[in-house]
Design a protein around this ligand. Structure first.
Ligand code: ADP
Length: 447
C-alpha cells in the first residue's frame, strides 16, 4: 500500500490518532487530523504532533477536508457513520480504521480477541501464556498500545496479540486474524448500534477474512455466538462452561479434554466467566504455538486485573469488591452469580441504553440491598426499585457508607455499576479508585 505523498485525513485525535499520525508521517504522507475537540482540550502528546508538520482542524468538521483526502483513517472513538465520512465514501474516497491500516503493514501472525466482556482479561492472560512459552509478544489494540504503533516499530515480535472492540471491527476490510477469539455477545453500546443483531454482526467480522488454516475460538455456551458461527470458514473450536461439569471443548484438535481440565484446575480467579476467559486464552495460545507448560505456568500465576471483581478489603467481616469495569448488564450478572453470600450492590453512572430489568431475578436471589449512584439513578430505580431495599446516594463515599451500614459481617459490598463512568469520572479506573478510597475511609471513620 503506497502512502508516500498521499493526502491522508485522520479523524479523531486520541492516543490512536497520535500514533497513526506518526506512522503516516514516517511513510511520507501529508497528514491532516480532524477532531471536534477545541485546542484547549488537547493533551500535550496531541499538541506535540503539530511539530511533525501535521495540519490540525479542530472544532466543527469541514466537509471539503474529507472530500479532498486520498484516504480517511478513523480512530476507534469516532463512529464511522458520521455525516462527513458517509459523504466522502459516496465520493469514492477510501475509509478505513487504524486496525485495518496497521494490519496491512504487519507480517507476523495476529491473534485477535473480541466479545462484549472479558476482552482485556483474556488478552492479558493470553499474552502471558505466549511469553511463558518463550515467544516475543506485542500486545495492544484496544488495550495499551495501538496496533499502528507496532506497525511503525523496527523491532518485531514473534506474534501480535490484540484486543479488538466492535467499533474497531466496523472499519476493517482485509484484516485477517490467524487466531480469532469471540468470548460472548450480550447487549452493550445500544446507544451506538440499532439493535443486538447489528452489534453481533459487527463482532462477527473478526472472522470475515479468516482462511481454512486459521482458527476460531468460540463460546459454545453463548447462543448468539453459536448462531453466527455457521458462516465461519476457519477451523472452529468451541469451549462451553457448565457449573457442574467445568469447561468442555468441542473437539480435541488443539488439546485433549483431559489436559484442558488439568490446566484449568490451576486457575484461581472467581466465577464461571473467568473460567471461560481462561479456556479461551488457553485454546488460542495453544493454537498459536504456545506450549502446554507455558500456558499452565501463566494460569497458575495470573492474579486478575484491577477494577474487575477485585477484592479490596475485609472490614468488620464484610468483603469489599471493586468491579468498576462492569459497565454493562451481563458483567454485573456474572459478578452476582459468582458469590453465594448476600450482596449489597452499588450500581449506576451514565446509562448506555441498558435493560436493567434483565437483572431482576439475579438481584432478587443474590442481593440484600441496592445503592444507586449517578445520572442513571432514576432509570435504574424505575426498573429495579420495586424488588429490594434501595437507596440513592449523592457521591461514591455516600454510597459506600450506606452500603456498609446495610451490610452485616459475612456479607459482600460490591461496586458493579452496569453503566459508564463519564457522568462523574474521566474513566472507570478513576471511579474504582474513588470506591477504594471510600472503603479505606470506613476504617478511619468507624474504627
Ligand atoms: P472488556 O475488556 O471486554 O471490558 P474486562 O476483562 O476488562 O473485559 O472485564 C470487564 C468486566 O466484565 C468486569 O466487570 C469483569 O468482571 C467482567 N467479565 C470478565 N470476563 C467476563 C466474561 N467472560 N463474561 C462476562 N463478564 C465478564
Amino acid at each position: 500500500m503506497e502512502l508516500k505523498n498521499k493526502n491522508i485525513l485522520i479523524v479523531g485525535l486520541g492516543v490512536t490518532g497520535v500514533a497513526t499520525a506518526r506512522f503516516l508521517i514516517n511513510k511520507g504522507a501529508f497528514v491532516t487530523v480532524a477532531d471536534r475537540k477545541k485546542e484547549q482540550e488537547l493533551g500535550s502528546e496531541e499538541l506535540l504532533i503539530r511539530d511533525l508538520g501535521i495540519k490540525m482542524e479542530l472544532g466543527a468538521h469541514r466537509i471539503e477536508t474529507f472530500e479532498n483526502a486520498d484516504l480517511i483513517v478513523i480512530s476507534p472513538g469516532v463512529p464511522h457513520t458520521i455525516d462527513p465520512v458517509i459523504k466522502a465514501k459516496e465520493q469514492g474516497i477510501p475509509v478505513m480504521g487504524e486496525i485495518e491500516l496497521a494490519s496491512r503493514f504487519i507480517a507476523e501472525p495476529i491473534i485477535a480477541v473480541t466479545g462484549t466482556n472479558g476482552k482485556t482479561t483474556t488478552t492479558t492472560l493470553l499474552c502471558k501464556m505466549l511469553e511463558e512459552s518463550g515467544l516475543k509478544v506485542f500486545v495492544g489494540g484496544n488495550i495499551g498500545n495501538p496496533l499502528i504503533a507496532y506497525a511503525d516499530r523496527r523491532e518485531k515480535a514473534d506474534i501480535v496479540v490484540i484486543e479488538v472492540s466492535s467499533f474497531q471491527l466496523d472499519t476493517i476490510d482485509t484484516f485477517r486474524a490467524n487466531v480469532a477469539v469471540l468470548l460472548n455477545i450480550t447487549e452493550d453500546h445500544m446507544n451506538r448500534y440499532s439493535d443486538l443483531n447489528a452489534y453481533a454482526k459487527s463482532k462477527a467480522r473478526i472472522f470475515e477474512n479468516q482462511q481454512p488454516d486459521d482458527t476460531a475460538v468460540l463460546n459454545g455456551s453463548d447462543p448468539v455466538v453459536c448462531s453466527l458461527s455457521k458462516d465461519i470458514l476457519s477451523r472452529k473450536v468451541f469451549f462451553s462452561s457448565k457449573k457442574e461439569k467445568g469447561v468442555t471443548i468441542s473437539d480435541e484438535s488443539i488439546i485433549s479434554q483431559e489436559n484442558i481440565s488439568r490446566l484449568l484446575a490451576d486457575f484461581k480467579l472467581p466465577g464461571k466467566h473467568n473460567m471461560e476467559n481462561a479456556a479461551a486464552a488457553s485454546l488460542a495460545a495453544l493454537a498459536a504455538g504456545g506450549t502446554f507448560e507455558g500456558v499452565g505456568s501463566a494460569l497458575r500465576k495470573f492474579k486478575g486485573l484491577s477494577h474487575r471483581l477485585e477484592h479490596i478489603n475485609t472490614l468488620n467481616g464484610i468483603d469489599f469488591f471493586n468491579d468498576s469495569k462492569a459497565t454493562n448488564v451481563d458483567s454485573v450478572a456474572k459478578a452476582l452469580e459468582t458469590f453465594e453470600r448476600p450482596i449489597v450492590l452499588i450500581m449506576g453512572g451514565r446509562n448506555k441504553g441498558s435493560k436493567f430489568y434483565a437483572l431482576r431475578d439475579l438481584i432478587d436471589k443474590h442481593t440484600k440491598a441496592l445503592i444507586f449512584i449517578g445520572e442513571a439513578k432514576e432509570d435504574i430505580m424505575a426498573e429495579l426499585g420495586s424488588i429490594k431495599h434501595v437507596e440513592a446516594a449523592a457521591t461514591m463515599e455516600d454510597a459506600v457508607f450506606k452500603a456498609y451500614h446495610a451490610a452485616k459481617p459475612g456479607d459482600i459490598v460490591l461496586l458493579s455499576p452496569a453503566c459508564a463512568s463519564f457522568d462523574m469520572y474521566n474513566n472507570y479506573a478513576q471511579r474504582g479508585e474513588d470506591f477504594c478510597k471510600a472503603v479505606a475511609k470506613i476504617g478511619t471513620v468507624y474504627s
